[in-house]
Design a binder for this molecule. Structure first.
Ligand SMILES: [Zn+2]
Length: 165
């Protein structure tokens, strides 16, 4: 980490703390050359390995666009999708793993999408869990009926009221 004052290429960490969002770390640093102190915010990088083998940074926007297709015609707003993408990122980060493949991202999306909209969840699950028969749908629907969602999801109530206007 370069010193922002004298460009010295090294610095000493004198304090570290996790930011309020839990997604980044703030470090207080001191330059050994000029003695001045500065603060840096570092975000642990999350990466995704695509099926082609290309590695790219995790993107909430891509989670949203992937889920948006499954939500066509459903009462799900972009704000709901943004909350969902944030929840997905938080659950990926809380795993302590830094790299995921696209299938793992899909699996991480499922429980959050289920809370948001069950029809969109079924559409999305049919792709990511490779449903290939009616039985797969029946099993998934039985599972939904056996374990109803809590209904306390804040994004869910928000989307309902948006559509009542
Ligand atoms: Zn310096």
């Amino acid at each position: 980490m370069h010193c922002p004052f004298c460009r010295h290429p090294d610095s000493r960490v004198i304090d570290s703390r996790t930011a309020d969002d839990g997604l980044s770390i703030r470090r207080r640093r001191q330059c050994p050359e000029c003695g001045r102190r500065f603060t840096t915010t570092e975000t642990a990088s999350l990466t995704v390995i695509k099926r082609s083998g290309v590695v790219e940074p995790f993107s909430r926007e891509k989670v949203m666009s992937g889920v948006r297709k499954a939500c066509q015609g459903r009462p799900v707003t972009d704000a709901d999708l943004a909350v969902l993408a944030q929840q997905v990122e938080e659950s990926l980060r809380s795993s302590g793993i830094a790299q995921f493949d696209t299938n793992e991202i899909g699996l991480a999306i499922l429980p959050h999408l289920r809370e948001l909209d069950e029809v969109a969840y079924l559409r999305f699950a049919s792709v990511y869990q490779a449903f290939n028969s009616l039985t797969d749908f029946e099993v998934a629907i039985s599972e939904l009926r056996a374990h109803p969602r809590t209904g306390s999801h804040p994004a869910q109530s928000g989307s309902v009221s948006d559509y009542e206007e």
